[in-house]
Design a protein around this ligand. Structure first.
Ligand code: PLP
Length: 378
């Protein structure tokens, strides 16, 4: 290794070097039930119309930097209260990054908080097991992440949560509602208590709203430190990369300052507006997925040797009992179905796998692969 390369690598922060790059497994030739995607495409007539509207996009021009027209449409379709503002992200992942950047404080020299002033470290809090990007992005921007452990049934442990808020005084608390990977919605009253006792902002991450149909969106007026985040990814437009953050105009205006000017490209703006004008198609797909989730839950519950957790999302978490989950995962994969291996030897996700609700045929293929994996002698 040349010394210039060595010196360059030595400049990368240790916390970044320690991160395992986000790994997306190869799914070629497999039924893809690993990533919470909607299995349905747009119907052909809509695809043709979409193609025509995309052809009108001015690719030679920079996009509208604030995507005003798209935001106006989202305000109506997502029922964002009229006096609240919206900032858009390249997926809600980018919004999480913008939020973290807005609270990160590395002091005037840009290298770590100024300890001489006895300032506390900036803290982003969430719940574990939870969405991995909260911790990852905290590492990216150099702030502390505190994951408050959930109870065995994945509900909030309020006693531990109260103590953690008191101790760490988090600048920001993320609550995934429903949670990923456990698929449950936390108790509404307990969330209210967290919002009321938080010393800073609380972000309700409602990525799975179409499947849970529960929301804090209409409660933004009650809590001025509350922000509600949505995405179009899980409802059928994962390829577009579009998320929205809604809240008090003065908070949203600050978050908007760390947004890169053209973060929503023109094709995303045009395509998203087109689909929002035809939102009933996605609503119907979400309804099919919710129905199919119940079918899948029943079929999984009928297989012995599994602990299947309830779901208000478009995926199901389950634990394999008396067998190695990784072997079951591989066996299912060799039958042509890719799901997600949580790869935990201990803790709340011990020996757990996660499957996304697919089409009826895909789900049947999964159930048959799972049944035979569970029957195999290990
Ligand atoms: C999938 C997911 C997201 C990310 O959504 P994108 O908009 O695709 O970036 C955010 N939060 C949770 C809890 C998720 O599961």
């Amino acid at each position: 290794m040349s010394s210039s390369l060595k010196n360059s690598l030595a400049k990368i922060r240790p916390v970044i070097k320690k991160i395992h790059a986000y790994h997306v497994p190869d799914s070629e030739g497999l039924i893809k039930l690993d990533a919470m995607e909607n299995p349905y495409q747009l119907p052909d007539d809509l695809k043709n119309k979409l193609q025509a509207s995309l052809a009108t996009a001015a690719l030679n021009r920079y996009p509208d930097p604030s995507a005003k027209s798209l935001r106006d449409k989202l305000q109506v379709v997502m029922q964002v209260p009229g006096d609240k503002s919206i900032v858009l992200g390249n997926g809600s992942d980018e919004l999480i990054q913008m939020l973290a950047m807005a609270i990160a404080d590395h002091g005037a020299d840009g290298h770590g908080s100024d300890k001489s002033q006895n300032k506390k470290d900036v803290c982003l809090m969430s719940f574990d097991p939870g969405f991995v990007m909260y911790k990852m992005i905290s590492d990216f921007v150099g702030i502390d992440y505190v994951g408050v452990p959930l109870q065995n049934d994945f509900s909030l442990d309020m006693e531990v949560t109260r103590k953690a808020i008191e101790k760490y005084q988090p600048e920001m608390i993320f609550i995934a509602y429903p949670n990923n990977p456990s698929a449950n919605c936390y108790n509404e009253k307990e969330i209210e208590e967290i919002i009321l006792s938080a010393p800073g902002m609380v972000v309700l991450d409602e990525a799975y709203h179409p499947f849970a149909q529960k929301s804090f969106m209409n409660r933004l007026a009650e809590f001025e430190n509350l922000l509600v985040m949505r995405t179009v990814s899980k409802m059928g437009l994962a390829g577009l990369r579009l998320g929205l953050l809604c809240g008090h105009p003065e908070i949203i205006a600050e978050i908007d300052k760390v947004r890169l000017p053209y973060n929503i490209n023109v094709l995303t703006q045009v395509a998203a507006e087109f689909v929002l004008d035809n939102i009933s198609v996605l609503d119907e797909q979400a309804e099919k997925i919710r129905d199919e989730r119940e079918v899948l839950l029943a079929a999984m519950n009928a297989i012995s040797g599994l602990e299947v957790f309830p779901s208000e999302a478009n995926f199901i978490l389950f634990r394999v009992l008396g067998k190695d989950a990784s072997e079951v995962f591989e066996s299912i994969k060799s039958s042509g179905v890719l799901i997600k291996n949580m790869k935990a030897d201990e803790g709340l996700l011990e020996n757990c796998l996660r499957v996304t609700v697919g089409t009826p045929d895909e789900n049947k293929a999964f159930i048959s692969a799972l049944s035979s994996a569970m029957k195999n002698q290990s």
